[in-house]
Design a protein around this ligand. Structure first.
Ligand code: ATP
Ligand code: MG
Ligand code: FE
Length: 361
């Protein structure tokens, strides 16, 4: 089954083709340059950019592959969670193509797709434990199968990605700052007690990262040598040696605090009786590109004797390949939608079900 995937949930406009779950091609336009000026995503600008870029990206995808709409068996689109105006651009595009070509439409949960990016090209043994760490979500999930998923724990406030981005902002690093914190903190010993590992003193699987953001901001405010006067221009290569050691130490300590908080809750989930024995561990989302977190997960799964499924770094962040691959999975299971498919901008805390539409958020 050849599936066209469309992703417009936030600030990446992307279209991709997957054939029976295998990536064929992708065209992606990032809007980081548009939003970096404002230090975060401006929803109205995001929708306009999606609209502007969608047509050219689709044409480029078909030109490059020599394929056309007639070759496509289904249209898959991210239906949420995400920004409502942005999601609607993707949905309207997918519906128009589905209607025009007489092909089935498949609404894909963006968070499900993030997780499935870890399974692309590989056979995951289920049940598996999933860690979703992205810009807007931090969740521990139980995947009884690829299509039967429950949320075991979630953040009560900020996501891990927000903690990275807001800490980066207090250091005057460009948006989104996670990739800077990762790179600057690499290859130096982290001072473990510098920042708290938040919300561990309980028995649950939930997270709370908002205090960590404040801890970093307070520390930076008290150490004037840490704040850059001139913000580097975003997008360029990052060489840690170009940066003051004091700043790199803050980044290393933050990478550790976040990675180790995730580790403790994942260990707790693995030990929980109602999780039952799992046969694999999956991690996905933009923050799963973080090298300290990837090391932590590699070490954790080695100790537990479990296989680890991580997407390649470029499939951690938002992309349409993950939407197309998940579309193949749903299409094969006969899960399609009508043209009344809705956007689901925010998660609803009800059991997850493709037909009725609630999301994993
Ligand atoms: P959601 O999927 O929850 O709706 P999103 O799509 O905006 O949110 P992603 O694109 O999956 O989120 O991830 C973006 C986040 O990942 C940003 O917060 C960014 O800083 C963070 N990030 C990207 N690379 C790294 C890295 N190497 N280390 C830490 N954080 C990173
Ligand atoms: Mg993004
Ligand atoms: Fe995302």
């Amino acid at each position: 089954m050849l599936c066209l995937g469309i992703e417009t949930s936030c600030d990446e406009t992307a279209v991709a083709l997957c054939d029976d779950g295998r990536p064929v091609a992708e065209k992606l336009a990032s809007q980081i340059d548009v939003h970096a000026l404002f230090g975060g995503v401006v929803p109205e600008l995001a929708s306009r950019e999606h609209l502007r870029r969608m047509g050219p990206l689709l044409r480029a995808l078909f030109t490059e592959t020599g394929l056309g709409l007639a070759d496509v068996d289904a249209l898959a689109v991210a239906r949420g969670p995400g920004l409502l105006g942005s999601l609607l651009i993707g949905l309207a595009t997918a519906k128009a193509l589905a209607l025009g070509a007489g092909k089935p439409l498949i609404g894909v949960d963006h968070l499900h797709a993030h997780l499935m990016a870890a399974a692309i090209g590989r056979d995951v043994p289920y049940p598996a434990l999933g860690l979703l760490v992205s810009g807007g979500h931090t969740q521990i999930m139980l995947l009884r199968s690829a299509l039967d998923i429950a949320v075991l724990g979630r953040t009560l406030d900020d996501a891990a990605g927000e903690a990275f981005d807001k800490a980066a902002k207090s250091l005057n690093l460009p948006y989104p700052g996670g990739v800077y914190i990762d790179a600057l903190g690499r290859d130096i010993e982290a001072e473990r007690g510098l920042f708290p590992r938040p919300f561990l003193d309980n028995r649950n699987l939930d997270f709370s990262f908002s205090g960590l953001k404040t801890a970093v901001a307070t520390y930076v405010a008290a150490h004037s040598e840490l704040r850059l006067d001139v913000m580097p221009s975003p997008g360029g290569p990052i060489d840690p040696l170009d940066w003051p050691m004091a700043m790199r130490k803050v980044c290393a300590a933050l990478n550790f605090a976040i990675a180790d908080t995730l580790r403790v809750k994942m260990e707790r989930a693995l030990d929980a009786r109602d999780t039952g024995p799992v046969r694999a561990l999956l991690a996905a989302g933009g923050v799963a590109a973080n090298s300290r977190i990837r090391e932590m997960l590699t070490d954790l799964t080695a100790r537990r004797g479990l296989p680890l499924f991580l997407p390649q770094p470029k499939l951690c962040a938002d992309n349409a390949t993950m939407i197309a691959a998940t579309g193949c999975l749903l299409g094969r299971a006969g899960l399609t939608h009508g043209l009344d498919l809705d956007a689901v901008p925010r998660g609803r805390k009800v059991p997850w079900d493709y037909r009725t539409g609630p999301s994993l958020g």
